[in-house]
Design a protein around this ligand. Structure first.
Ligand SMILES: NC(=O)c1ccc[n+]([C@@H]2O[C@H](COP(=O)([O-])OP(=O)(O)OC[C@H]3O[C@@H](n4cnc5c(N)ncnc54)[C@H](O)[C@@H]3O)[C@@H](O)[C@H]2O)c1
Length: 551
């Protein structure tokens, strides 16, 4: 078994690691030493001459160079990581799975004192007030460190080593699935990991002092994931109740909510008892609305089982149902108490679902997330195909984490859609015409993400005409959509129908359509897009009148 030590600069990873390795006759690997050997120069020098990005590349190589984790019960290797190694999702994928990851938690005040006395040069702190710098790093990285097992790092070396020994012993007897991220947000605590669904639900239930697990799901997600989660919770001693809503969009109806509320009444569900939503976006929207309205609101836990739900709909607290008159017309903001994102649940998802979800991911990338952009360009096609390597390499986990956290950041800045230019409204990129083509197809033809991909192409074209989207940015976004097989065919809808749907949307928004348009590195909001520019962009998505429907 390998032990990985993570924590802020100065938290004692090297000292603890050396002592622990010595005690077990294990190999000690200091990743910073490995990097210095490979580069032939000191870390401070790498930062100074080649920059942080070059250092991070070397760090990623060094982590990959550790090879597969040792599964045996004895400690064979102890790895001390650089403080920032865990920021990269791929590094955590390699370090936290199959290894015992321990976080040496030391308060910033103590660290600042230690660093003032230390002869080592720490590039991210040098030249800054150590206290301020450490506090910033602690805030930015807490979600990565706290996914590892927390150890109090302010104790005698021997005590810390002793406690890590106990931790290793416990995990050798009773292995736990890998948590990759544990973050807080206004929209609830977010935990991401592989195989974590049942254990993370149980943690959340304990946090909410629940006495049983009331699962709300639908037949598709239940067969693919829910049944196994229910069995694991029951094995863990939880009394389990189950309420099944209809599959797909038909869960989002008031009649379904009424029926489910009747079931909650018969189960004598009390104020404060949490509901657990296991399913895709439609199930989550409906179950969330049920939780928002049952007894005027009970806590709920989102367990998203589709890619759309993991990167988008489970985060932010929007819940609701549809009416015959339109989608999502009745609903409530009801942020979940916890969002449990288990990437292992995605294995059974059909290809079309994965591809469509990437429509939203490309949108997030186009809003200015360069790392997400690069990931989609390099590995998006493998993710769509569902290649085993896309899961095993951590590409899927990285995609989910980057896109989900990008949504957390936006939502936390603008919880109730205040309309700030850089707030939640930016998430509507691609949605104006996207929604219009979705409506033109009667909401049955296109999946939501597919429609967003069409809308994104339209936004890019409008942005170019207005001189807002530079040519190279426009080409890069459209090329990525094409590579992922998104919006590659023109749609067979009449232009008037699409423009009619756009006008109907406008009525809901005070008669003003605010277009989110891509810029070189982000987006702008424009309410002054001329009608003819919109018409040309819409027409460019559609089969020209009189021509055959061909690719
Ligand atoms: N609340 C929000 O902020 C928000 C954001 C985006 C989308 N949405 C909503 O999300 C819905 C679309 O989400 P969706 O695509 O996840 O829909 P969905 O819930 O209908 O799921 C799609 C299909 O996948 C199946 N499925 C679920 N998990 C599976 C698994 N692990 N393996 C195999 N099959 C599985 C389901 O049975 C269903 O048939 C729409 O209703 C949309 O309005 C909400």
């Amino acid at each position: 078994m390998d032990v990985v030590l993570v924590g802020l600069p100065g938290s004692g990873k090297s000292a603890v690691g050396r002592r622990l390795a010595h005690r077990h006759g294990a190999q000690f690997v200091d990743l910073d030493d490995t990097i210095e050997k490979t580069a032939g120069k000191a870390i401070a020098e790498i930062f100074a001459t080649d920059g942080e990005a070059a250092f991070r590349d070397l760090e990623r190589e060094a982590v990959a160079g550790l090879g597969p984790a040792d599964p045996g019960p004895n400690i064979r290797t102890v790895v001390a990581t650089g403080g920032g190694a865990v920021v990269d999702p791929r590094n955590r994928w390699a370090l936290y799975r199959g290894r015992v990851a321990a976080w040496l938690d030391v308060r910033p005040e103590v660290l600042a004192q230690r660093l003032r006395r230390s002869p080592n040069v720490r590039p991210l702190i040098a030249g800054r007030d150590p206290m301020g710098a450490i506090r910033d790093l602690a805030r930015d990285r807490e979600r990565f460190y706290s996914a590892a097992h927390r150890q109090n790092g302010v104790a005698e070396l021997a005590t810390i080593v002793e406690r890590i020994d106990e931790l290793v012993g416990r995990l050798a007897r009773q292995p736990e699935p890998a948590v990759l991220l544990r973050g807080h947000s206004l929209g609830g605590d977010v935990v991401i990991g592989e195989g974590i669904a049942a254990t993370a639900i149980a943690d959340a239930l304990r946090g909410l002092r629940a006495r049983r697990a009331i699962l709300v799901s639908e037949p598709g997600s239940w067969a693919a994931t829910g049944e196994a989660i229910a069995a694991a919770l029951a094995d863990d001693g939880w009394p389990v109740e189950r309420i099944l809503l209809p599959q797909g969009e038909s869960a989002k109806r008031l009649a379904v909510i009424e029926d489910a509320a009747g079931q909650l009444a018969r189960l004598r569900t009390e104020r404060g008892e949490p509901l657990i939503a296991i399913g895709g976006g439609a199930l989550g929207d409906a179950a969330g609305f049920l939780a928002a309205s049952w007894l005027r609101g009970v806590p709920f836990i989102q367990v998203p089982t589709t890619l759309v739900a993991q990167i988008d709909s489970s985060i932010g607290g929007k819940t609701g149902v549809d009416l015959a008159e339109g989608k999502n017309l009745v609903g409530a903001f009801h942020p979940p108490a916890a969002v449990v994102i288990d990437v292992a649940l995605l294995g059974s998802l059909p290809e079309r679902q994965r591809r469509a979800a990437l429509g939203e991911a490309v949108k997030m990338a186009a809003l200015g997330d360069d790392a997400l952009f690069a990931l989609l360009e390099a590995e998006g096609e493998a993710i769509v195909r569902g290649d085993a390597t896309a899961f095993e390499s951590g590409a899927v986990a990285e995609l989910v984490e980057r896109a989900a956290w990008a949504k957390v950041v936006v939502v936390d800045g603008d919880e109730k859609e205040q309309g700030l230019a850089d707030g939640r409204i930016a998430l509507n990129l691609g949605h104006s015409l996207g929604h219009a083509v979705e409506a033109a197809g009667g909401f049955g033809d296109l999946l939501h993400g597919e429609a967003v991909a069409h809308g994104l192409r339209a936004a890019v074209r409008i942005g170019r005409e207005l001189g807002v989207t530079p040519d190279d940015r426009a080409a890069r976004i459209e090329r990525l959509l094409t590579e992922l097989g998104l919006a590659t065919e023109r749609l067979p809808y009449p232009l008037e129908t699409v423009l009619g749907a756009l006008a109907a949307d406008k009525k809901h928004a005070d008669g003003v359509l605010r277009w989110v348009l891509p810029t070189a590195h982000g987006s702008v909001i424009r309410s002054d897009v001329p009608v003819d520019v919109v018409e040309r962009a819409a027409a460019s998505l559609l089969v020209a009148p009189g021509s055959a429907v061909t690719p």
